[in-house]
Design a protein around this ligand. Sequence first.
Ligand SMILES: Cc1ncc(COP(=O)(O)O)c(C=O)c1O
Length: 326
Amino acid sequence: MKIENFLKESFSILPTPFHKLENISRETGVNIYCKRDDLTGFAFGGNKTRKLDFLIADAISKKANTLIAVGAIQSNFCRMAAAAGKVSGLDVHLILGGKKPEKPTGNLLLSYLFGANIHFVESDDWNILEREGKLLAEKFKTQGKNVCWLPIGGSTPIGALGYVAAFIEILDDCKRLGITTNTIIHTSSSSGTQAGLIVGKKLTGWQGKIIGMGVAKTEKQLSKEVFELAHDTGKLLWESIPSGHVSIDKKDVILDNSYMGAAYGARTAACESAIKLFAEKEGIVLDNVYTGKAAAGLLDYAKRGLFSPNENVVFIHTGGNVEMFA
Ligand SMILES: Cc1ncc(COP(=O)(O)O)c(C=O)c1O
């Protein structure tokens, strides 16, 4: 089926802005353009609203009345899923990893504000959180509820369609500004953003590189997940291309975990200085878990001369800046 024919809500305010980072470009000697997916608008915005546009439309078409989403205690995805579910009339339950704090802050504070029921599980193991979520889903099903189950990051083939569409939007942005690009850099964690972008690349025949800066898993694990999800997302879109299928090549999956630090969420000096640079030079707020680490990679690549002279590089700001208030 063609992407235009999939059911879609309009939580995201699209297209998001796209502009050159003039000061950072001057400083690094590389033309850096920023796709502002931190400004998707809904529920404080971020990359997940694009996935939720498709995921919630699908849930509503299946007559779901209850939504379960899973994530870390400061999950950006769960914050946006809570709002998208509630405004669509669903009963929302979040399974969050961690101990209930005395005073909620950041994303957790917003998830309460958006009306979610929150279940704390004292673990940072995503498999355990997913298992707890599935148990709750089973319990609700026996009570006759129609459950929409959203895995970590909303990274399913339907969710990844959000980033197939975003890829096409970025090519339109470049056209509007009269530039071409061969490199797109973004943060990669639960695989949906990167898988969607890769499928967009295959559908349009664009020849550049999509570089995911890994922040959560081993490169081996995440490459496998991105590859499989891109393959499954491509299958959904089989009618869109003449050959009848989207063939994903292993070499389309480019991941670099060099900027993750010791673990998911661990602070790094390079991330902190990237956050400061974006704030002071561009008035743009990144975060310590996701976008600051990808920006650290972007800046390091520029410093090491890994981009061609006069190359236009696109950095996708995937949001996450609510973390500043956590
Ligand atoms: C701010 C931010 N950027 C990037 C990502 C990574 O996106 P994905 O999970 O689709 O790989 C996330 C995921 O949680 C995020 O919250």
